[in-house]
Write a protein that binds this ligand. Structure first.
Ligand code: ARG
Length: 270
């Protein structure tokens, strides 16, 4: 019965949509289901995916500050794989509060990072786990191969949106090369890192924003901005998470301790 339903679903999906699911644009492929367990889909109240994020604590999601469309409009989904299909592994939570970085600048994209406190904690299980983060100011050498994942567009024109999670491996590009006059001409700050292949064709794109760039098993980058997608002259630009490790810990911990205090749970220790 379920098999029949799936078959029917596949028959109903137009061929051009399947192209976008399987397409090689921006160089990606689909990882096996629920193998990237910390990735979160951020959706509008109408269920439209618009940004990625990652779970860094059972009650906190890390994403880009430019994904802030207002708390009331946002729904967070952990354990997802195919958008729009209930697979039984999904966990949903509304935000309780949004903490965009105080230095976030929407015109320069500097400090494009935000923490979202969830209204209900996510249960960690076979499909959902926490993302490991780098130490404060940990650096990456150019050429280090990382992986970026998301449900964003598979075409540079930004039109096609896949339903199944995709991932692509990319090398880190040095900030000096990324800042050169034939690339981003000095617009890359110390709070950003660049990643992209020399020959182009592998990149994050629209809708991947806020999603994780993972190197050595840690989230070193958040999809932030770019110029087109997959252009060899313009690598993808990511928020340098290691620059914000202290802020992340302070934000999560200070709210946590404040809540504990207000609940009177600290009284015996003090
Ligand atoms: N700002 C885009 C978003 O909101 C992400 C762009 C990333 N672009 C790139 N070429 N890597 O989804």
């Amino acid at each position: 019965m379920i098999m029949l339903l799936f078959l029917l679903l596949f028959k109903l999906i137009p061929a051009n949509c399947l192209d976008s699911v399987q397409g090689r644009i921006v160089g990606g492929y689909t990882p096996s289901p629920n193998s990237i367990k910390y990735i979160v889909s951020i959706q509008s109240s109408k269920g439209q995916h618009f940004c990625g994020g990652c779970l860094v604590h059972k009650s906190w999601v890390l994403t880009a500050a430019h994904c802030n469309i207002g708390m009331d409009q946002m729904m967070l989904v952990a354990g997802d794989y195919t958008l729009g299909v209930f697979e039984g592994t999904e966990q949903y939570s509304k935000p309780l509060s949004l903490v965009p970085h105080p230095q976030y600048n929407r015109s320069t994209n500097n400090a494009d990072i935000m923490l979202i406190k969830l209204s209900a904690p996510i249960e960690l299980n076979r499909y959902v786990s926490l993302a490991p983060l780098p130490k404060q100011n940990a650096g990456l050498l150019a050429g280090r191969v990382c992986r970026v994942s998301g449900w964003g567009s598979t075409s540079h024109s930004g039109g096609l949106k896949p339903l199944i999670l995709r991932t692509v491996k990319l090398p880190i590009v040095s900030t000096s090369r990324c800042n050169s006059s034939n690339s981003f001409s000095g617009n890359i700050t110390t709070n950003m890192i660049c990643a992209g292949s020399n020959t182009g064709g592998k990149d994050a794109c629209k809708g991947d924003s806020g999603g994780p760039l993972v190197c050595d098993g840690r989230v070193y980058g958040l999809v932030s901005w770019g110029n087109g997608c997959g252009d060899p002259r313009f690598p993808g630009v990511y928020t340098a998470v290691s620059r914000f490790r202290r802020w992340i810990d302070q934000t999560i911990y200070s709210t946590f301790s404040r809540c504990l205090k207000s609940a009177g749970l600290f009284s015996r220790e003090v």
